[in-house]
Design a protein around this ligand. Structure first.
Ligand code: SF4
Length: 377
């Protein structure tokens, strides 16, 4: 068992929502909150797109979205889907034919706003294609592309306009007896996005896809997303998330997981607790943590590791982590295992030693989980 036990003050009550499937990934209901990202390759670069989807999947992405702007991209999608291990959402704007082609090409979900693809007959055709090919749909309301009549009615993008837009799109799907959908209402402004999502969460039981759109670069976008998504998730709102960064999509996945991990909503890999370091540090904390983050990227089992510069906070943090190292004097530090002081180790050898300890602990936790699963069967 991990030492980070469930406590009432750590518990988040999730908003009840319907469960839908995006390929083999459940979204909503009691399903874990899934992490999504989107490729930024040219979709017709089939090899490049496959490589990027797989890199994102390796980093933990549950679902990946790919833009399908033209017919050549629909054709590329057909080649990409069989070569990747995660469900693909096809991103469609305005062109109803692309929606049909993407469904035929094996997309697990269509990101399309049914109110923006023309006549009722065209909407029906897209919905029929989604139904025939087992695709779900994601309605994607965006403050930057609200319908003209709503902008005229409300004067500016505001939560009410976004909620109304979302509910209008929902109605179209429901009128066509299509219920396998989720919905997002993104904005780059965290206040606007949060208010719109809260309103939508009350107005529908559809699973909600969270995102702060065009959040910015790696640092600013991470902070904006952590505040916007973090607050909503803390309120229990959100069934799947995408962090939008002007950065490598793999970074979006990592940030998405860190947000969920911070709130105890998802656990994956090693959660490193480390101090900022100061003159008291017994070893180079910053360099060590950088190295350990890279060396431990392959660990997927949830567990915790504390890397603390000195005894001011080291023993206390080590009490609550699976593996710990606290800096001491004379080029040595103390290794903690399962919260208990275990043995001394030289700073020089500690990185290799900690990697070994974490790998051993991960293997033990995996064996424990496998035994529990067998016993339950
Ligand atoms: S734990 Fe020690 S080394 Fe780290 S910041 Fe605190 S006092 Fe400094």
């Amino acid at each position: 068992m991990s030492l980070h036990a469930i406590r009432p003050w750590r518990q988040i009550d999730r908003r009840p929502s319907r469960k839908i499937m995006v390929g083999d990934v459940p979204v909503g209901g009691d399903a874990p909150i899934s992490v999504q990202t989107m490729t930024n390759t040219v979709t017709t670069d089939v090899a490049g797109t496959i490589a990027q989807v797989n890199a994102c999947a390796e980093a933990g992405a549950d679902i990946v979205r790919i833009s399908v702007p033209d017919e050549a991209s629909s054709a590329a999608l057909k080649e990409i889907v069989p070569e990747v291990s995660v469900p693909i959402v096809a991103d469609i704007h305005f062109h109803y034919r692309r929606g049909i082609e993407a469904a035929e090409a094996g997309a697990a979900c269509l990101r399309i706003n049914p109110g923006n693809i023309g006549s009722a007959d065209r909407v029906k055709e897209v919905i029929a294609a989604a139904r025939d090919h087992g695709c779900s749909i994601r309605i994607g309301v965006n403050a930057g592309s609200l319908e003209k009549h709503l902008l005229e009615k409300y004067g500016e993008p505001c939560p009410e306009a976004m909620i109304e837009s979302g509910l209008d799109h929902i109605r179209i799907l429901q009128d066509n007896d299509f219920h396998e959908f989720k919905i997002s209402c993104k904005a780059s402004d965290v206040f606007l996005a949060a208010a719109a999502y809260q309103g939508l969460a009350e107005a529908t039981d559809a699973p909600i896809h969270l995102g702060i759109t065009e959040a910015g670069g790696l640092t600013s976008g991470t902070i904006k997303s952590a505040i916007g998504l973090g607050n909503l998730l803390w309120m229990g709102i959100g069934d799947t998330i995408r962090v939008s960064l002007s950065a490598d999509p793999v970074e979006e996945v990592k940030v998405g997981y860190e947000i969920l991990k911070s709130l105890g909503l998802r656990h994956r890999g090693v959660n490193i607790i480390s101090c900022p370091s100061c003159a008291r540090q017994g070893f180079d904390v910053i360099k060590t943590v950088e190295t350990l983050e890279k060396r431990l990227e392959h660990i997927k089992t949830p567990m915790s590791l504390s890397i603390i510069g000195c005894v001011v906070n080291g023993p206390g943090e080590a009490l609550m982590t699976d593996v710990g190292f606290t800096g001491g004097g004379n080029g040595n530090g103390m290794v903690y295992l399962a919260g208990k002081q275990s043995h001394r180790m030289s700073n020089e050898q500690m990185v290799d030693h900690i990697v070994e300890q974490v790998e051993a602990k991960a293997a033990a936790l995996e064996a424990e989980q496998a035994a529990e699963k067998t016993a339950a069967e």
